[in-house]
Ligand binder design. Structure first.
Ligand SMILES: Nc1ncnc2c1ncn2[C@@H]1O[C@H](COP(=O)(O)OP(=O)(O)OP(=O)(O)O)[C@@H](O)[C@H]1O
Ligand SMILES: [Mg+2]
Length: 207
């Protein structure tokens, strides 16, 4: 079983966007996929509600402790609310094999991400022995100074892999509205997004 948590203490970084697109990718690839929405806003569950019945099944739950099948073909994706710190953060992160942290190109978000990543790192042995942490730049606009700054910063974070940069694009807005992932949308319109996701699904060993 693969268990993946999308987390960042900062609101609006793209946790739900990454979680639902990852869930749709996994379902499409034939994994038995569960999306666990731990956020009282329930954005992931709303996305799931909008999902057409004709699309590959994604199980949804809001119960962090629901027993989940541990088969080889099972993937569990946790969408976590903002502002999780301290013991709660440790308890959450301990549930999974992989953690993905989306970060926006903005000075405020980068400062918050630095602090958050430091709190993950301070879990020391928990992270080192069991859990891999990957960083994803989100809502990027090529050739902007702030994106170059974010890119540079994420590359320098030690012990954590800077996996990919996802562009700022309305495909994600459409995907949020329709209960779909970018991999389920028009191939030519999403070609660049699909390319940008490749390193992430490879890093998560979902290819
Ligand atoms: N790459 C992207 N391109 C365009 N819009 C995006 C992208 N990523 C996220 N968004 C939009 O940004 C907003 C915030 O994203 P999202 O809800 O995924 O963040 P979040 O981290 O889950 O927020 P919260 O902390 O409130 O749970 C949403 O409206 C979403 O559709
Ligand atoms: Mg969210």
């Amino acid at each position: 079983m693969k268990s993946i948590m999308i987390i960042n203490s900062k609101g609006g970084a793209g946790k739900t966007t990454v979680a639902v697109n990852l869930a749709s990718y996994c379902a499409l690839k034939g994994f038995d996929t569960t999306l666990v929405d731990l956020d009282p806003q329930r954005s992931s569950m709303q996305w799931l509600k909008a999902r057409p019945l004709s699309k590959p099944l994604i199980r949804g739950t809001t119960n962090a402790n629901k027993p989940i099948k541990k088969g080889k073909n099972n993937v569990v994706i946790y969408d976590v609310p903002a502002a999780i710190y301290g013991a709660r953060l440790v308890n959450y992160v301990k549930k999974v094999n992989s953690v993905v942290v989306p970060v926006l190109p903005s000075p405020i978000d980068m400062k918050a991400a630095k602090d958050f990543i430091q709190s993950l790192r301070s879990m020391g042995p928990v992270i080192r022995n069991k859990i891999k942490v990957g960083l994803v730049a989100n809502r990027c606009r090529a050739n902007t100074n702030i994106f170059l700054e974010l890119d540079d910063y994420l590359l320098k974070e030690k012990g954590m892999k800077y996996i990919t940069a996802l562009r700022d694009n309305t495909n994600y807005i459409k995907s949020a509205r329709n209960g779909l992932g970018i991999f389920e949308m028009g191939e030519s319109a999403t070609a660049q997004d699909r390319e940008e996701w490749k390193p992430l699904v490879r890093w998560l060993e979902l290819k």
